[in-house]
Ligand binder design. Structure first.
Ligand SMILES: NC(=O)c1ccc[n+]([C@@H]2O[C@H](COP(=O)([O-])OP(=O)(O)OC[C@H]3O[C@@H](n4cnc5c(N)ncnc54)[C@H](OP(=O)(O)O)[C@@H]3O)[C@@H](O)[C@H]2O)c1
Length: 304
């Protein structure tokens, strides 16, 4: 048997349990990974709180979508990978466990310099930030607003926008302003008065928006005259019908894309802070921290 995070009722972090599950084994074309770290994402608790998030979802449910660890079993036909390889990968709704079994194409080599927590917490936010940044295609001529810019998705999206040469404004609470300035982002507090603060921060005007927070950002952007086609939200899906904004979120995942993201973080070219790590046994505390919604970067479970 082996340990895995599970829940049998919808609700808060208190419904989470660590349960014994039969040890999985790699089938043809698959690898088994002894997990060292597994990231937490907002999607996990949104689904746990409400099945409407994924109508096909059933209970009991496992949890977690991203991991890093060591390959300890190879299925028939797997080439280019070996037992003992350090990898990171994705595994929808099963990653928070001692072992995951995934298709061999769903892992990438972990760069030697990348710590386990960063590797295990990278891909969901990385893939989402890439897709949402691409959706508004920033250039050096743009002033881009990134909301929730100190969250996992926002930190990466802000840096992807900066890499195009764009000027980037990021919303965050005061405690994250110095951090954002260090990245090259102009920080602005969210909340009442946002439109006036954005006008003051960007007298030249905002031309594109990567929203990770919701309606407040989108309404502020519209009031400031940003074209709906250049506003993307990964949260405020109603905005597509209501205002014609785009709502591109996480998309097709590939090993090559994951490898490149890992390389960028390992080399320091991309910054993704780890706000907190918890042992697997403290999964409830880990989600309480995540669900507090005020953190910088990722919360990650350390396993084994
Ligand atoms: N559609 C998709 O495919 C997709 C994929 C991934 C994520 N998402 C969604 O994207 C959102 C962001 O995800 P995340 O992983 O980056 O983490 P998150 O945990 O939701 O973001 C944390 C950040 O949110 C900021 N924040 C809290 N309340 C805010 C408010 N009222 N206005 C603006 N910012 C606020 C916090 O800033 P301070 O600490 O500075 O207060 C914190 O840094 C989540 O809602 C998630 O569900 C969607």
């Amino acid at each position: 048997m082996s340990l895995a995070v599970s829940y049998s009722a919808y609700g808060g972090p208190d419904v989470l349990e660590i349960i014994d599950v039969p040890e999985p084994h790699a089938g043809p074309g698959q690898v088994r990974v002894a997990v060292r770290a597994a990231g937490l994402n907002a999607f996990d608790y949104k689904l746990r709180r409400s099945p409407a998030v994924m109508p096909s979802h059933t209970l009991p449910s496992r949890q977690g979508s991203e991991f890093a660890g060591v390959i300890d079993e190879l299925g028939d036909g797997v080439t280019g990978l070996a037992v003992g390889d350090e990898v990171l990968g994705w595994a929808p709704l099963t990653a928070q466990a001692e072992f995951v079994v995934v298709n061999a194409t769903h892992v990438a080599a972990k760069p030697a310099g990348l710590d386990w927590a960063s590797a295990g917490g990278l891909y969901s936010v990385g893939n989402t930030a890439l897709r949402s940044t691409d959706a508004v295609a920033p250039t050096a001529a743009d002033t881009v607003l990134v909301s929730a810019a100190a969250g996992g998705v926002g930190i990466l999206a802000a840096q992807f926008a900066l890499r195009t040469g764009a000027t980037v404004i990021g919303t965050a609470s005061e405690q994250n302003h110095e951090f954002l300035r260090g990245l090259g982002v102009i920080p602005v507090a969210y909340g009442p008065g946002l439109v006036d603060r954005l006008r003051a921060a960007a007298p030249q005007g905002i031309t594109a928006v990567i929203d990770n927070a919701g309606e407040e950002t989108v309404l502020a952007a519209l009031e400031l005259g940003v074209a709906p086609a250049r506003i993307n939200s990964v949260v405020y899906f109603e905005g597509a019908d209501k205002y014609g904004i785009s709502v591109v979120g996480s998309g097709k995942k590939t090993s090559a894309e994951l490898w490149e993201l890992a390389r960028l973080v390992a080399s320091g070219e991309l910054v993704l802070p780890i706000a907190a790590t918890y042992p697997l046994a403290q999964v409830r505390e880990a989600y309480e921290r995540l669900e507090s919604r005020h953190l910088r970067g990722k919360v990650v479970l350390l396993v084994g």
